[in-house]
Design a protein. Sequence first.
Length: 181
Amino acid sequence: AADIPDDISEVLLTEEQIHEKLAELAQLVVADYAGKEVVLVGVLKGAVMVMADFARHLPRHITMDWMAVSSYGASTRSSGVVQIRKDLDTDITGKHVLIVEDIIDSGLTLSWLLENFASRGAESVEVLALLRKPDAMKVEVDCRYVGFDIPNDFVIGYGLDYAEKYRNLRDVAVLAPHVYS
Ligand code: PRP
Ligand code: MN
Ligand code: MG
């Protein structure tokens, strides 16, 4: 379409579709965690938008913490090497942790995080991911709350970057191959 910039192949999910889905997932989470204290852990930087919009559907007693790990750098491919760039500020021992992610691609980041959090003695650890790419997954990740399963294209926007750019796009879009090839 004429209104799509040439670095984007197509808009995959609109802002409205994303917000509707996050509201639905929040209803499930509210029911599943009734009477429990939830610690949301957002994975910087991609999960910032998901966290901001999702968390505001939840009751006031939840807490938020953040972890920064990196497996991509400036590349479009996961290296599989997970580095902690910023650790949690809080002790999650005995807590019900819900990890908030923008996307499960190879699954390597999350499988590493799940193991790491389990070893800290969390009471429970579940995952909420807005997006998942079934055809890209290299390891099984048990993800309780999934927004959308999407094709194995390079996607940007709503927190997702290519070389740190495009995170502020309101929609999720497919990056035009000429940008990265
Ligand atoms: C991206 C994305 C997920 C992870 C998914 O983060 O936000 O956290 O990769 O990939 P995987 O399933 O193959 O491990 P990235 O490492 O690019 O850091 P960022 O969130 O700061 O962009
Ligand atoms: Mn990320
Ligand atoms: Mg990234």
